[in-house]
Design a protein around this ligand. Sequence first.
Ligand code: VGL
Ligand code: ZN
Length: 216
Amino acid sequence: MTAEPKFRINQADDVLLVVDLQNDFMPGGALAVAHGDEVVPLANRLARLFTHVVLTQDWHPRAHISFAENHAGRKPFEFITLPYGEQVLWPVHCVQQTPGAAFHRDVDIPHARAVIRKGHHQHVDSYSAFVEADHTTPTGLTGYLRDTGVKRVWCCGLATDFCVAWSSLDACAAGFDVAVIEDATRAIDLNGSLDAAWREMNAAGVRRVRAADLLG
Ligand code: VGL
Ligand code: ZN
């Protein structure tokens, strides 16, 4: 017997934000997130509960500032300081129009209404689907969600401690009620980044829920 879900989706107010289910973040990918592929079937099931689903796609130019290869003498996972703050240097990943940037082949969310591509400015990274890492440049997602009547944002996808965390924090800051569906995310966990991300999300009032709370 399945339990009654703890939360009911309200189709007028709720959106599911499915973050970065792209090949490069999957096992074997350029910036693999351990067990990232396990999130895909769960995201598909969750998406069926919602009429309003938005996907995000990390979408970098080859010369992107977040790639270690574009900084002489630097290696992936080192930090550098940029005009907008600290930046992790990553392996080349999610380059526009490459197979690594494509959605995992099992992503099955045909009713997704929008795909937000982020990180497309060469000199600014964007973990968040709402505001780029300069904390200034909007992607347009806030306006899109407000204009379509969204009040509550449910987040899942990759990675918990980067794009999911930054997106949910910005969604909170924009005034949405926000929940992260923890078991429908997986983390990179770089130097304690997962604990730090949950501390920040808790402090901001992001709800931490399980897929079963919605699916029953
Ligand atoms: C991400 C690092 C670099 C993510 C994207 O999707 O969490 N992480 N680019
Ligand atoms: Zn990226």
